[in-house]
Ligand binder design. Sequence first.
Ligand code: CA
Length: 484
Amino acid sequence: MHFFFSFTLLLLVTSSLVAKKPNVLFIMSDDHTSQAIGAYGSRLAKLNPSPTIDRLAKEGMLFENAFCSNSICAPSRATIITGQYAHTCDSHDLGGRIEAQRQYLAKEMKKAGYHTAMIGKWHLKMEPAAFDFYSVLPGQGKFHDPEFRVQGDKPWPKNLIKFDGMHSSDAVTDQTLKWLKEGWDDEKPFFLMHHYKAPHDYFEHAHRYNDYLANVEIPQPPSLTNSHPKGFGSIATRGHNDELVPHIGTSIGKRNPRRSYAHDLPRRFPQDYPKDYDPEKLSDAEIQRMAYNVYLRKYLRCVKGVDDNLKRLFAYLEKRGEMDNTVIFYTGDQGFMLGEHDYQDKRWMYDESMRMPLLVRYPKTIKAGSRTDAIVGNVDFAPTMLAFAGVETPGYMQGNSFKSICETGKEPRGWQQEAYYRYWMHMAHHDNPGHVGIRTKTHKLIYYYGADYKGQNRTPPAWELYDLTKDRFETVNQYDNPDY
Ligand code: CA
């Protein structure tokens, strides 16, 4: 009898352990690029901008080749929540909107028994009604004194709460902690999307970071000063006889007279410039160097604010005993140009912009300190999170789960060997021509088709081909080289 009772109890305990699904915590910062994460080992790594985020790499897996299929906010977010490419979920540009019926990731996680929450930057315009709980920034939201749209008596989007005197990264984290403490029904595993607005432009960090890196000369990419060497780009990105070089892509230095940080930042952030700053007395190179430093310091202060807040969040999960029961994803919605080729912003298919940082920690099945060069995309994120929740990829999703890559370090047979890319907003905002392309582990092929949606606003069409095995910073277009 005693033996039978113990055996039954053991079975019960075992089956409840098997049935217990992990929490899934998806952390995304806005425009946080891999160059600004220490674990990626870029020129900025020695500044140690992200020790807490680096911990996820040290204790989990780092993805070297994670890419977005459209390097801009709303489309990337739409792809993540739907598991579909921009052309399928109809979110080609910043006008993309995803209503509750198509917030598939949240719906499927709820169906799988998860308690779901969305906190922070949302940017998909419609009410995040597929989540059990939400508190989201209106549109881009504000860095200081942020407001959030929440559930309440009035119809969306009229229920607002305000955090006077606070920075958005602090307010997002406080709300996540509050939900974990008071809102989460811990009979169920949680699925939590925790999204920062930082380090999106214009990089308004919390005041406590005013002095962070203030006296540090930020390491430059070689392509900042030598932005358009012979061989780089094409007539699509530099025009016949380089006539478009001053017009394509926002600049750090004075290259683009319409949009450049050399003009913009001294007006926006005079406190970050020397009191006697006078561009009339400085060389163009010196003006560019100063704009670059102000830009990177502001950006990295925002990154530091995210990192410090994640330290608080992880400390709480540890105290609660949930850190190791949680599959933690860290990513940015796309990459960002930090002065490479004298560009800022995203939109480009160049690696700094197309690559997403991606770290995944779950010590129960993912080996600490592992890395992979498997090609994965933001279209694969939803299938992967669902796989960790024990759910098969629904037929309407276009991505593939990379859970087995996380757990074995090996690509399954037939795994995708290229990433598809398309940027649609031809010559909008930051003067980037629309383009389409593919990237493999070794090469990148881009076609700039030279027109907007209506076939107007023409620029010269051209191809670019980069050999990433020899030219990882994409400085020589090999398209016309017969060897290729
Ligand atoms: Ca973004």
